[in-house]
Ligand binder design. Sequence first.
Ligand code: NAD
Length: 244
Amino acid sequence: GDSLRDKVAIITGGASGMGAEDARLFVAEGAKVVIADLNEEAGAALAAELGDAAIFQRLNVTEEDEWIATVDAAVATFGRLDVLVNNAGILSMKPTEELSKREFDLVMAVNTTSVFLGIKSVSALFKAQGSGSIINMSSLAGLAGQISALAYSASKWAVRGMSKSAALDLGPFGVRVNSVHPGTIATPMTASSGVVEGKPLPFAAMNRPGLPTEVAKVVAFLASDAASYVSGAEISVDGASAAG
Ligand code: NAD
């Protein structure tokens, strides 16, 4: 398809899981992508797989100066920037008594402060050009509580709140901001807790985990002009999982 023809996107956490599928689908739909990740080996390999339509940029999403370098690299390489997918994140599952302040702070930095820095880094450019789409990966845990996931849930509720606020701030300039809320998706992040494609998952009414491609299609829709009046929305992709 060509639903993202001529669009340039930064995808954080683009070296693995949902971010990698976002990158593949975006390129298949005609976009150019900057795969921005800490994981240089996997990120560079994916960029090589995608050819001229992709570059890898090392980005630690918690570092403001690296964000500036990433936006500069996108514009220097592809001439413009239209889409930011704030997808990088880490999971933290621990009873609260065993959750250190250090881990809490790290989860908030990687999952939440990152989204603030990302939005901040593209805002001036998107406002000036009068267009842009920012897609923030929250979670079902950003709509409900999750057992033994106090820090993770807090970080993802904050992403949802930032998305709503940024949508109000940037809407007057034609810039859209939305949050995506996956349920349980079969990626490297969840593999260690036994989530595998095709395995029954009673937690979801559809009784299976979602696939990264099933989330990527929603992200690609939000990035595209087909979503031209969708902003400040929270979109669940969870096969009907009970929340709350
Ligand atoms: P994943 O672990 O497969 O990939 C995450 C990527 O983020 C990795 O490539 C990793 O290197 C990168 N990353 C981690 N810390 C980073 C940092 N500081 N700077 C730059 N890159 C960093 O994860 P996934 O399952 O594809 O999850 C993607 C997003 O979706 C995350 O935000 C996650 O919280 C969210 N999410 C996942 C699920 C799920 O079930 N897998 C459900 C809901 C939400």
